[in-house]
Design a protein around this ligand. Structure first.
Ligand code: GDP
Ligand code: MG
Length: 476
């Protein structure tokens, strides 16, 4: 039997052709989807609009079910609980996310469905197929968890409250007291949104410092991640994706990404090997070509089955590269080779940061970013990039660090979604985020989350500054 599940908070409808085991889904493909409705407007099924990149073999698990059929002429995969034709087909705005196992078989999919289409009446026909959402099966973080290598400095004594923003560790002004090493330098990780730059940074550092999301543009401010070993200090700069700006915040992100290229000792252009290059990749590659620093082509996501044969030649053709390395930031494959390729290209010099320092950001900034990651994860497209998280209070109390944060959105409707019925959504975000925050800080915390509405903050320069996005503050 096919299985459906509904998560009202996230507005997601899941459909599975098999019972999922943890870790079984290793890849996600996106396809347009429509809801199939009966005369009474009730959902009777879902239609996925596939193309010929997907093979019949991959649909094995799906086509085993009597409720699933494939219309070869249009490439429609129909999942319908009814034998009669739908009275209405409603195209969904967001694509369905198909989960694939390591053999490329489609295990199921999930779709974001507007609230008005998932009322109990609308879902009545699917009810016999519904299974409860097992929270344990929903991964708390999207990225693979990595054991902490050396955690950020533990908090001791009483923490100052804002505005005294505490750095994880102060940077030594001239590096004079720090060791002379054979290889020291800045490495810019550039690439379009979603290719895996932040995941790569986390994997290289062995702990989570950058936020990761399946939705593009999650990294807002360049983040320095520092890797120190006996012979080298590598300072990675995870830049926001270069993309076409739509809002002022977008312009800021583009500008900072561009700035990181000329200042870097090594530029890594990260691409998603499982997909063909797009115009954005060409655009970014052209910028990367202008630097005199060594240029590395980092072919990420090699763990994923490529969609239309190999794209290697197409990526190589985007420019001239010092070297290329195929990696999977997710599984760790190729990362040692990549690190060696980077380190050997860095000049000798004094270390710029103390050994134990891993990031050049305040703990407060990192905590706010972790909350933002969870917000983006749980709300999908309903709360888009119009969310900014701010730490308002940070106080060491007897049993835990008390952290009050405000989540700023632009619209009342978004505020409603974020809080959820009876505060459920906010509670969920807080519960999951606390686990990550505690792991990062290494001690118990109490997170106090508040949602606020600040209309149009993204286009308001004053509010950009207020939220800490200041271009002049950032230099490589
Ligand atoms: P960024 O926008 O370039 O920083 O990309 P992120 O690091 O946020 O990653 C975007 C999405 O790609 C997330 O869902 C990651 O889990 C996923 N991802 C990153 N690296 C890999 C990889 O090597 N393999 C696979 N399969 N997914 C990856
Ligand atoms: Mg990122």
């Amino acid at each position: 039997m096919i299985l459906f599940s509904h998560d009202p908070q996230a507005g997601t409808l899941y459909c599975y052709f098999t019972e999922l085991e943890a870790g079984q889904a290793v890849a996600e493909w996106e396809y347009p989807a429509s809801l199939l409705l009966d005369r009474a407007g009730r959902i009777i099924g879902v239609r996925l609009k596939l193309d010929d990149e997907i093979t019949l073999d991959q649909l094995d698990l799906a086509l085993e079910h009597e409720h699933v059929s494939l219309d070869m002429q249009y490439g429609h995969l129909n999942v319908s609980t009814s034998t009669t034709d739908p009275a209405q087909v409603v195209d969904l705005e967001a694509a369905a996310l198909l989960d694939l196992d390591d053999e490329g078989r489609v295990l199921g999919f999930d779709i974001a469905v507007p609230k008005e289409l998932t009322t109990p009446t609308r879902l009545a026909v699917l009810e016999p197929y519904m299974v409860a959402l097992d929270d344990a099966d929903v991964p708390p973080t999207i990225t693979q968890r990595l054991p902490p290598r050396n955690s950020t400095a533990p908090v001791t004594g009483s923490m100052p409250t804002l505005p005294t923003d505490r750095m994880v560790q102060p940077v030594q002004p001239d590096g004079a007291d720090l060791a002379l090493l054979p290889h020291v330098g800045f490495v810019a990780l550039v690439g379009k949104p979603n290719v895996g730059k932040s995941t790569l940074l986390n994997a290289m550092l062995g702990q989570k410092v950058a936020i990761v999301s399946p939705r593009p543009q999650t990294t807002r401010v360049p983040l320095r991640g520092i890797l120190t070993r006996p012979d080298a200090q590598v300072i990675f700069i995870d830049t926001p994706g270069i993309h076409e700006p739509r809002h002022k915040l977008g312009q800021f992100m583009v500008e900072t990404a561009r700035r990181s290229i000329p200042n870097a000792d090594v530029v890594c252009m990260v691409v998603d090997m499982s997909m063909p290059p797009t115009r954005l990749d060409e655009h970014i590659a052209a910028q990367v070509q202008q630097t005199n620093a060594p240029r590395l082509l980092v072919l990420n996501k090699v763990d994923r089955p490529p969609r239309q044969g190999s794209h290697l030649d197409a990526y190589r053709a985007l420019g001239t590269w010092d070297t290329e390395v195929a990696v999977s930031a997710r599984t760790g494959q190729g990362l040692t080779a990549l690190l060696e390729a980077i380190v050997t290209r860095l000049p000798a010099g004094h270390a710029l940061y103390p050994d134990e320092q891993v990031v050049d950001q305040t703990e407060q900034h990192l905590v706010a970013e972790l909350i933002r990651e969870k917000v983006l994860h749980f709300t999908r497209d309903e709360v888009p990039h119009s969310v900014a998280v701010e730490v308002e209070e940070w106080e060491q109390r007897q049993k835990a660090t008390y952290i009050r944060l405000s989540i700023n959105v632009e619209k009342e409707s978004q505020k409603g979604i974020l809080i959820g019925a009876g505060g459920e959504m906010l509670k969920r975000i807080g519960t999951i985020a606390r686990v990550d925050v505690e792991q990062m800080l290494g001690h118990p915390v109490f997170l106090d989350l508040w949602v606020k509405t600040r209309p149009n903050w993204r286009n308001d320069p004053a509010s950009l500054g207020w939220l800490g996005y200041r271009l002049k503050d950032w230099q490589c």
